[in-house]
Design a protein around this ligand. Structure first.
Ligand code: AMP
Ligand code: MG
Length: 179
């Protein structure tokens, strides 16, 4: 079985806003060829948000994604089909840290009237599985890396770096799960 470990970045603001306003600005993903790896490919693309194209200072600071990076990026309507193409036709399970990424895909697909492939629903919430296997309360991905003694690589809150780090945890936890 292949595992697509994905991490999304999205528009955000300091003041609490309706999460329905959030739009994907980066899709980062790593493809694992089996539950213990190895990683055989990566997808990393920025996305130009449609409804709130101006990034907040807070969002730029959190993600290190600049206004120019999203200004020159394609919209979700072009990037998402490329992501689906990159995944390909072979069976896979989508993996992410928590439930957020799948929810955000659903919201952006509804916003842009693009169907979400049914295969995306075959999702593994690695945050939940990690806490179940380790018998610990659910925690952030950074804390989980520390527990496993894996150094955080790259920049936290960048989609591709978060996806790479999550894939390191996945390769330890996925082999322990029932098929
Ligand atoms: P992450 O994968 O943890 O980088 O988070 C994904 C997205 O969730 C970010 O791109 C932000 O849109 C949002 N987010 C994460 N952390 C925060 C935070 N502390 N405050 C507001 N939004 C956040
Ligand atoms: Mg992230």
């Amino acid at each position: 079985m292949r595992y697509i470990v994905v991490d999304l970045e999205a528009t955000c603001w300091t003041a609490p806003r309706n999460s329905d306003m959030m739009e994907i600005i980066e899709i980062g993903a790593v493809c694992l060829i089996g539950s213990a790896g190895p990683a055989v490919g990566e997808f990393a693309e920025f996305v130009r948000p449609a409804e709130s194209p101006i990034l907040s200072e807070f969002c730029i600071e959190l993600t290190t994604i600049t206004q120019n990076m999203t200004d020159v990026a394609d919209p979700f309507t072009l990037v998402f089909p490329r992501f689906v193409d990159w995944i390909g036709k072979e069976p896979f399970r989508l993996v992410s840290w928590g439930g957020y990424d799948l929810t955000q895909f659903k919201k952006d697909c509804v916003r842009h009237k693009i169907p979400l492939p049914a295969s995306f629903e075959n999702h593994i919430n690695l945050k939940q599985e990690f806490s179940r296997v380790k018998k610990l309360k659910p925690m952030g991905m950074k804390a989980a890396l520390e527990i496993l003694g894996i150094p955080l690589s790259g920049t936290h809150h960048r989609g591709i770096d978060d996806a790479r780090n999550t894939s390191m945890i996945a390769q330890i936890i996925l082999p322990l799960l029932k098929p």
